[in-house]
Ligand binder design. Sequence first.
Ligand SMILES: [Fe+2]
Length: 305
Amino acid sequence: MTLTAEPLSEFLGAEIKGLDLSRPIDPADRAALLEQFWRHKVIAIRGQDVDPDGFIRFAEAFGAIEPFFISAYNLPSHPQIYVLSNVRKDGKPIGRDGAGTHWHSDSTFTEKPSSVTLLHGVTVPSRGGDTLFADTVDAYERLDPATKALIDGRRAVHRYQRKEFVFSGDRAVDAAERAEIERLKATRLAEEAAAAPSPTARRSNREPDRLHPLVRTHPVTGRKALYLNDEMTVGIEGMPEAEAVPLLRRLCEVATAPDRVLRFKWRQGDIVAWDNAATVHTATFTPPDEPRVMHRLTIEGTVPF
Ligand SMILES: [Fe+2]
């Protein structure tokens, strides 16, 4: 089968066509898929009517699937799958709502952050719920030489559940949308805090700070990328906070410049995979009257260097 890639924007992402996900991917297609993936950093395969087994089989093309750290929202039949949703059954959420509404790459607070994340749009709202992506390789390359010299070789501090925004790097989200996101997020955090014990608080209490390179080298492509997170990167090792926080803010603003952001608009059945070592992403607002169910899988990563 001949696989093709059509750009999703002029700077980031591609739609992959010519893959039949109803059966296993053969080695030649897998190699072609991965080549396009590492090149474009975000790939979308539109309108896939695959069940959880099919989604898992496809994800395995990218590496070994890792278990998700919060078990409260896993799909009961397939616990590798983490459910993101605003739907409730019998008064209980069927998945996590309001997650990931800040610029980040996934699980940077761990020793080996996820290399790849995949989402499958099982129930896609007719409006809202877009996912935004920005290219952190491109961002590093756009820095001036003095800034590169300042940050090369530095390590940043990543902390789970900071809950305050260090940066203001979400200018691609307007104020009204941001207000709705924050309102929903506060509701979700209050619900989780009321649960006994809260699924995220348990993790928060035992998760130490992690130091990762502020400029990381991509393990596959060898390209240098900014590696920071709008919520969980709280400082730079050996740099006073008064200096580090404005610098982190400036770097995040470079990385997420609105004119370089890919706004992905989901359609029913879409599968999107992104490279956590070369991009950052953020969720946006979904109107509460629009049901949304997304299945999420992550692939094991390595220690960033
Ligand atoms: Fe995320």
